[in-house]
Structure formats: structure tokens, C-alpha cells
Write a protein that binds this ligand. Structure first.
Ligand SMILES: [Zn+2]
Length: 106
């Protein structure tokens, strides 16, 4: 007769799992309407410093992301970098589709 018994636990182990929690954040940003050569039309540009504050990311990391992902940017007369928000958000969206969950240690 089948008896609902207690399973014998032979081995135990500890694993580490890392995952990101998706958080919805809404922020206001001051943008500059500029013609984007890549988009071929006027789009919202955000100054690198502003974008850095917006995404709570150091400016140098953001700039690296912009360059690595071929986001559109223009350099202002004062040497300030303005990033095409349209392209930046599109690239960020693409990146976010990558696996957000990973096993760190088995
Ligand atoms: Zn653009």
C-alpha cells in the first residue's frame, strides 16, 4: 500500500540567485529640441549631466553606454554632450530585454 511518508533528504546545498526587481519610475526632464542627424528629424535631446541625474548613473558610465550602443549625440558649442533621448531610450529598452535573472553560484 502506498504510504504518504517523509522523503529522505540526502543532500542539501545553498545556491545564490540574483534578480532585478522592476520598478516603475517617473521623472521629469528638461530637454532641448534639436534636429537629430541620425533620426532625420527634430527630437528631444538631454544634456549628459541631466541624463546622468535622470537615470541615477554616473555621467562617464552613461557616456560609455551611449558610445557602445551607438546612441545619437551632439556636442554643443560649450563642449557639452547632448544625447538623443529617442535613441537612448530605444537602446535601453533593448538592453533591458536581456536576461534579468542569473544564477551566480551553484
Ligand atoms: Zn536621434
Amino acid at each position: 500500500m502506498f504510504k504518504a511518508g517523509f522523503m529522505k533528504i540526502q543532500k542539501k546545498r545553498e545556491i545564490v540567485i540574483e534578480f532585478e526587481r522592476v520598478q516603475l519610475v517617473r521623472k521629469k526632464a528638461r530637454t532641448h529640441l534639436l534636429p537629430c542627424r541620425e533620426c532625420g528629424r527634430e527630437t528631444d535631446f538631454v544634456a549628459l549631466g541631466e541624463a546622468s541625474a535622470l537615470f541615477a548613473t554616473p555621467a562617464e558610465n552613461l557616456l560609455e553606454f551611449v558610445k557602445l550602443n551607438r546612441c545619437h549625440f551632439e556636442i554643443g558649442a560649450g563642449g557639452e554632450i547632448f544625447v538623443c533621448l529617442l535613441a537612448l531610450l530605444a537602446r535601453m529598452k533593448q538592453k533591458a530585454n536581456l536576461s534579468r535573472i542569473k544564477l551566480l553560484k551553484e
